[in-house]
Ligand binder design. Structure first.
Ligand SMILES: [Zn+2]
Length: 319
């Protein structure tokens, strides 16, 4: 059903492109700045850190929007059609982007798929999870949340920088300098995560929510238990899952249990009430709230915030 919906909306949009010739009010068409369009927040921010005021960067999924059930608007298609570089995750949530790119004829657009930049792992169904329905269907999938690894963020930022420098050689030196500084800061953040994990009393995270953090856990050798897999839209958790997670928290004396942004956090709350563990937000960075977006929140800030809540969950003494 979802596939039919996507095909239909792409058909309608192709028709729209054909009919209107696409004059746009999305961005300044006459601007000579490098135009970059991204689907979700992380690559938007990477490009922004590298491009500064030299590039015009647009994010398609509106702040606070659900990136897994995204429906592109005609304005989005126009923005993609007029851009120089288009950056997507490359995962199942982004299937619509391939259809749009072939519908508009994307020979002049450089497409960066974040999943192609790094080593990927399969989406995992760990012990105790409620399976539910994945938004992406039944097949085995590679986990698309590659940006939850700071090391991956460094690699992806470097790829973006090289592509920007290639397309806009006049500002190449500026892009390189910005990217080097940015990657250095990300590297420091990665080291701070390493230090935190070294001091950890336990190395197990418990998520009373969906779990898009496989890459982050891989980087630091962390284990996890979660209510649902990576991109599950399920909200009906099974009683078996809840009692499994409660037992894990008790058995391992885990001090904090997590939920993700834009979630009601119900499962984490129940576990928290039963065990006394604190329920804390772990931000997956898929997208940010309208307010955070307007305040210019960055990936680096969100991941710094995650480090603090990680330390609480790992029982790391901070003072
Ligand atoms: Zn996701």
């Amino acid at each position: 059903m979802k596939k039919i919906k996507i095909i239909l909306s792409v058909l309608i949009l192709s028709l729209f492109i054909g009919l209107c010739g696409c004059s746009t009010d999305n961005g300044d068409e006459n601007s000579t700045k490098l135009k970059i369009v991204t689907t979700i927040f992380p690559p938007y921010d990477f490009a922004r850190q590298i491009g500064g005021d030299k590039a015009e960067i647009t994010m398609l999924v509106t702040p606070g929007g659900e990136s897994h059930a995204y429906e592109p608007t005609p304005q989005d298609i126009t923005a993609v059609k007029n851009c120089d570089i288009f950056i997507c995750s490359g995962g199942e949530s982004d299937v619509w982007t391939g259809k749009i790119l072939s519908a508009i004829g994307s020979e002049d657009i450089d497409v960066i798929s974040m999943m192609d930049c790094v080593e990927t792992v399969e989406e995992e169904h760990s012990e105790g999870m409620t399976e539910g329905v994945s938004v992406h269907g039944e097949e085995t999938e590679y986990d698309e949340h590659v940006w939850t690894s700071i090391r991956n963020a460094e690699i992806i930022s470097d790829v973006i920088c090289r592509k920007m420098a290639e397309d806009d050689s006049e500002n190449a030196e500026i892009y390189r300098k910005n990217a080097d500084e940015y990657i250095k800061r990300l590297n420091e953040l990665d080291k701070d995560y390493e230090k935190a994990v070294e001091k950890a009393k336990n190395k197990v995270l418990v998520f009373g929510d969906r779990f898009p953090f496989r890459y982050l856990c891989r980087d630091y050798g962390l284990e996890y238990y979660a209510a649902f897999p990576g991109c599950s839209t399920s909200t009906d958790v099974s009683a078996v899952t809840v009692s499994f997670l409660i037992n894990k928290v008790r058995e391992l004396s885990i001090p904090a249990v997590y939920y993700v942004e834009f979630s009601a956090g119900k499962v984490a709350e129940v576990i928290s009430e039963e065990t006394g563990a604190q329920a804390l937000l772990f931000h997956s960075c898929h997208t940010v709230s309208k307010e955070d977006f307007e305040n210019g929140v960055t990936y680096e800030q969100l991941m710094r915030g995650n480090l603090e809540v990680l330390e609480r969950g790992l029982g790391v003494e901070t003072n």
